[in-house]
Structures are given as structure tokens and as C-alpha cells.
Design a protein around this ligand. Structure first.
Ligand code: F0G
Length: 465
């Protein structure tokens, strides 16, 4: 009989408070738009009980880490969740049945030997959050935020999205018996993501604006209607997303890698991972901090410009444009949180071109892993960081792959057919991309034709190597 564990012995439930990231105001309640009632900035969740935990850190580390591991063998839904099994570091529930879970998290950490060779680092791996129930990292945050939406008594939840948040929110709302309202930019998100929210029963509105316009509208809506907002402005989302880092460190036997690299859009995920790292160090779970770096698409580079042009002091927003539609965001809500974690961990912030994203995505695909375009910015960014000397060849690097390959089949098909870049690409880009293309081949249904194709493929392979 596997052990059935519900809470770590000797550990108090993690009571929490909201703290404004700008003025530091503390409160037990948050307004419906999750903004500080004094200065209007974002809130974060803090755990005053962590202070009591620190003096016992040596003991706590062994109690917590073995409890978290044991829960993987339990049959209880909350223990099977790769998010809630870390619940000592999450806002506490009164009872375990309250959690809305699709058994999210527990995602694999894969070696990337081929990509390691390409980039010139020896130890490269990928934490694949695209293997979550709805195909993206959003599920880790959504299980926590949807749970607290239902506990707060809301019938309706809502989000603005580039597609993954909405897919995830719609699924968790359906599982939790709530209705969901999705606001997405018309024509700017992939059909596979849109189709998910339709299937999960969301009221799906395609607005004639961009993501930033959708989010602006949502922030006004939640002040006028009894709707609970589930964007990453909602600090419960970030608490759930924190567990990516806990699980990663568990997979690495609590030995931090030198670098973690994450894509940046609305900047909730980088903020969540950074918060987890800082809390883990505070609690003595890890001896040092990895450097957390954020990579953006050149056409959606608000954080890059905020750091370079404004020293991280005020947001430089941009008119976003990129085929990596998940991160087509020009006015990232969590920019201040992201600047803080970059500074605290000593990470870098870089931007990568559309060609570099397409190339990196195909290279990750060629490892048998695959991801959506937004996730591939991590590998493209790593190449730049190695060239700049920021990442050293002997250092260990983890890329966070945020979305599944199947999230954006149009991008993948257009890439392999050679028509992703409508205006063409220069010779250098073309020679980098061509060997990575594997377009479908239409043949007569004869054995000869198939054998000929096989022989040609074999010959092509021999010429390449
Ligand atoms: N990767 C993927 C696949 C995403 O869907 C997103 C964001 C990001 C990276 C960036 O993460 O916003 O936390 O910095 N997608 C949001 C959405 C905005 O609506 O699905 P971030």
C-alpha cells in the first residue's frame, strides 16, 4: 500500500498576506483587480510563517523534501498534483478536497545533448511545462488561482490571453463548476489554443485589439462585474507557477543549476520562478541562487528596452509583433516583479530574432522534444548568452519550455513548407534553416515511389554528415 500523506509533520499551514510590491502595504484581502488600494501597483503573496520556519531549516528541509517525494506515491488527487504536493509553500486550504486539480505539474526534465552541442555548453536540459494537462505552464498557476476563485464564491472567472491562459482557465473553471469568460485578440492567437477554450465551454470573445487591449478591458470589467480575474496579475497564479522551480530543484536533488532561462511575455512566469528561488534560499532548501534570465522576441521586447533605456525604473512599452504569438505582448503587467528577480538572481535579459526563434524551435523538435515558438526563444537566447560570455561552456543550464509543440501547428507547417517568412530571408538565414526543414512529400501510392523517397532521404542524410 503506498503511503498516504497529507501534511508534513510539525509544519503549520502556510497562512498568507498580500503585500504591494511598490509601497509595501500589507493586507489580508485583495481588491477585485488585485491592485494595491493605496498606490495601484501589483500585489504579491507573502508567508509570515516562513520566519518561524527558518530557525528549523535543517530539519525542515529533510521533512519537507521527503514528504513532497512520498506524495507522488499517494492516490489522493491533491497529492498527485505536482503543484499541491508542495503545498507547505502555497496558500493553505482548509481541506484537501477544495483543490481543483487536473493532476498538473510533475513534468519531465529532459537532457538536450544535440542542442548542447549546437550552443557549446556541456550540460543543457529542458523542463517541459508543455506536458501539462492543457499543454502549457499555465496549468500550474491555474489550479491554485481557480481554487481560490471558487473559495471566494465566484461563479464567473475571466482572463485576457494570447491563448494558453484562456485554454487553461476554461479547463479549470469547467472542472470547478464555474463559468469562464475569455478575451483574446482577434486573429492573433493560434486555432489550437482557441479551440481548447471552446471545447471547455468558455464564453470566448475575439476582440478587435491586441493582448494589451484585452487586458486593459478586463481590468475595468472586474471592477464593474462579479467576475474573478485569472490573469497573472492575480498573485495566486504566481504561487502555483512557483512550483515549477521547486519541482526542478527536486529533480536536480536540490543542487541549483547555474542558469535557468525562461521566455518573457507578460512576465508572470519569470516573476514566479524568481520568487520560488528566493523563498527556497530563505528557507535553506538551496544553498545558492541560479541566475534567472529572461528572453523576449525582438518584436515584443518591452523588458529588454525597459532595462536598457530606463535602467529598469519605468516601463518602456512597445507595439508588439512576433510570430511567437504567445508572447506578443507590448505592455507586460509584471515588469516590476521581473526586474526585481533579474536583479536578485543576477540574470540577463535578451531579445532574439524571428529567424532565430524558428531555427531554435526546429532544433528542439529535432531532439524529439518539440515546443511552441514562444518556448524556443530560450534556446535562441542561450546561443546569444554563450556568445556574450554570460553563460560559460562548463555551466549547467535549464531551459523552461512553456508550451507544447501542438499548440501552434500553423507555425510548424509553414516553417517546414518554407513559407513562414513571407518576405523571404537572407542567404545566411536560409542556409541555417534549410537543413532543418522536413516538408511533407506527396507521392503516388506505389511501393517504388516510397522506396525511392527512402533512398533519397538516406542519401541526403549521408551528404549532411
Ligand atoms: N510561453 C508561452 C507558451 C506562453 O503562453 C506565455 C504567455 C509565455 C511564454 C510568457 O509567459 O506571460 O508569464 O511572461 N502566455 C500568456 C497567455 C500571456 O495569455 O497565454 P509570461
Amino acid at each position: 500500500m503506498p503511503p498516504f500523506t497529507t501534511s508534513a509533520p510539525g509544519v503549520r499551514p502556510s497562512t498568507f498576506r498580500f503585500r504591494c510590491i511598490a509601497c509595501g502595504d500589507l493586507s489580508d484581502r485583495a481588491a477585485q483587480n488585485f491592485r494595491c488600494s493605496h498606490c495601484g501597483d501589483l500585489l504579491e503573496i507573502i508567508y509570515p510563517s516562513f520566519k518561524d520556519a527558518v530557525p528549523h531549516e535543517a530539519n525542515l528541509k529533510s521533512i519537507w523534501t521527503s514528504t513532497w517525494k512520498d506524495r507522488r506515491l499517494s492516490q489522493s488527487p491533491i497529492d498527485q498534483s505536482g503543484v499541491w504536493r508542495f503545498r507547505e509553500l502555497l496558500p493553505s486550504l482548509d481541506n484537501n478536497d477544495q483543490a481543483i486539480t487536473l493532476r498538473e505539474g510533475n513534468t519531465p526534465l529532459y537532457d538536450l545533448p544535440h542542442c548542447a552541442r549546437i550552443t557549446g555548453v556541456t550540460r543543457l536540459s529542458a523542463k517541459h511545462q508543455g506536458l501539462n494537462p492543457t499543454g502549457s505552464f499555465k496549468d500550474a498557476g491555474m489550479t491554485v488561482a481557480a481554487t481560490f476563485a471558487r473559495l471566494a464564491g465566484f461563479r464567473w472567472v475571466a482572463c485576457a490571453s494570447t491563448g494558453n491562459t484562456s485554454a487553461s482557465m476554461a479547463a479549470y473553471a469547467a472542472r470547478g463548476g464555474m463559468r469562464s469568460l475569455v478575451l483574446v485578440p482577434e486573429g492573433k492567437i493560434s486555432w489550437s489554443k482557441l479551440s481548447q477554450s471552446l471545447d471547455y465551454g468558455a464564453v470566448t470573445c475575439q476582440l478587435r485589439t491586441d493582448f494589451d487591449g484585452c487586458l486593459r478591458l478586463l481590468q475595468e470589467l472586474v471592477l464593474r462585474a462579479p467576475v474573478y480575474q485569472l490573469n497573472s496579475i492575480n498573485p495566486f497564479r504566481l504561487e502555483g507557477q512557483k512550483t515549477l522551480a521547486l519541482e526542478l530543484l527536486e529533480q536536480l536533488d536540490w543542487q541549483p543549476p547555474d542558469h535557468i532561462i525562461v521566455p518573457g511575455g507578460n512576465l508572470g512566469n519569470s516573476s514566479a520562478i524568481g520568487k520560488a528561488l528566493l523563498e527556497m534560499r530563505e528557507l535553506g532548501l538551496i544553498p545558492r541562487l541560479p541566475k534567472l534570465s529572461v528572453i523576449q522576441a525582438e518584436g515584443a521586447n518591452a523588458l529588454v528596452r525597459t532595462l536598457r533605456e530606463a535602467g529598469g525604473k519605468c516601463l518602456v512599452n512597445v507595439q508588439a509583433e512576433t510570430r511567437a504569438t504567445a508572447i506578443r505582448i507590448g505592455n507586460p503587467a509584471s515588469w516590476r516583479k521581473a526586474v526585481h528577480v533579474l536583479e536578485a538572481t543576477g540574470g540577463a535579459c535578451e531579445q532574439v530574432s524571428e529567424v532565430a526563434i524558428a531555427q531554435a524551435k526546429a532544433e528542439i523538435g529535432a531532439e524529439g522534444i518539440g515546443c511552441e515558438p514562444a518556448s524556443a526563444v530560450t534556446l535562441a537566447g542561450l546561443k546569444k548568452l554563450v556568445k556574450q560570455g554570460f553563460v560559460k561552456p562548463e555551466e549547467s543550464v535549464v531551459l523552461v519550455l512553456t508550451g507544447n509543440l501542438l499548440k501552434d501547428p500553423d507555425f510548424t507547417m509553414e516553417f517546414h513548407r518554407g513559407d513562414l517568412f513571407k518576405d523571404g530571408v537572407d542567404e545566411k538565414a536560409s542556409s541555417a534553416l534549410s537543413p532543418l526543414r522536413h516538408p511533407p512529400i506527396i507521392l503516388d501510392a506505389t511501393l517504388d515511389a516510397v522506396i525511392r523517397t527512402l533512398e533519397q532521404a538516406e542519401k541526403g542524410q549521408a551528404e549532411k554528415s
